[in-house]
Design a protein around this ligand. Structure first.
Ligand code: PBE
Length: 267
């Protein structure tokens, strides 16, 4: 009886984000994979909208299920937990990879080398994201590069300067990707590149690298979050491997909710 009222309290709805996000595609798959989720809905929203809903639910100690991911500051601000996902629809810990267009290695060997070497830790990304709650990403990225010269040197050591060559980095519209793109922008500009950042949906990001409109992206979450886009475009892009490991996506609830697994959601 308590279980039934949970479904009703939630209106059998999971609060999602932007429809183009990989996590939304995975969320729709849970409705097919978990029999108990038949009749449930994923509400399309925005990241800001989802965070507002989460915040209001927590203020009132109401139940809520959102599409969530780490790194994200909401895990520092609120006591949250991922629901277990025994069918593995959201996968386990994932990577964020660097992809570049075919021909970039020949056309821009210096930038290619930096992009190929670029690797940082979730704590680095989190530090940039946290500081960006107060200041613009441009400023935060500059500070981060200044304060982390040793790490940055590992990416740039021995790389020759260029003279104002234009390079376009394609990103997706979330803070995780704003963090990496702005740091790379600072690093490449210090090497003499003229960097443009273009934020687009994940599908367009892969398409832009595949057709050569964009030069590189630090934004693909793999193997599952953007797995379907990756499969579609993998023959037309160059995958330089992970630039960060240890991300996670899934259904997230406030810790006070008496539920631990997607399988426990009431049908
Ligand atoms: N995210 C953050 C994105 C990738 C980065 C998990 C919201 C997505 O689902 O596509």
């Amino acid at each position: 009886e308590e279980i039934v009222s949970l479904g009703e309290a939630l209106d059998y709805t999971i609060t999602g984000i932007e429809p183009g996000a990989g996590i939304m595609e995975r969320s729709f798959s849970t409705l097919e994979e978990y029999e108990n989720l038949e009749g449930w809905e994923i509400l399309e929203s925005s990241t800001a909208g989802m965070l507002t809903e989460l915040d209001q639910a927590i203020q009132n100690e109401r139940p809520i299920i959102v599409t969530g991911w780490t790194p994200h500051y909401k895990f520092a601000s609120f006591d949250l937990k991922f629901l277990e996902d025994p069918k593995g629809v959201f996968g386990g810990l994932e990577d964020i990879n660097t992809i570049v267009r075919k021909g970039l290695e020949e056309d821009m060997p210096n930038a290619y080398q930096v992009l190929d070497r670029f690797y940082w830790e979730p704590e680095d990304m989190e530090a940039v994201m946290l500081a960006a709650q107060e200041k613009p990403f441009e400023e935060v990225a500059k500070n981060w590069v200044e304060e982390n010269q040793e790490k940055v040197n590992e990416w740039t050591e021995g790389v020759e300067m260029v003279d104002g060559k234009a390079i376009e980095l394609v990103l997706t519209p979330w803070d995780t990707e704003r963090a990496s793109a702005h740091v790379m922008e600072v690093v490449l500009e210090q090497l003499g590149y003229n960097v443009t950042l273009t934020p687009v949906d994940p599908a367009i990001m892969f398409q832009a690298i595949a057709n050569g409109e964009g030069d590189a992206s630090l934004a693909p979450w793999l193997p599952l979050t953007h797995g379907s886009f990756y499969e579609q475009y993998q023959d037309d892009i160059v995958d330089l491997g992970p630039n960060l490991t240890g991300t996670r996506i899934g259904y997230v609830v406030p810790a006070y909710m008496d539920i631990d697994s997607i399988e426990d959601l009431p049908p």
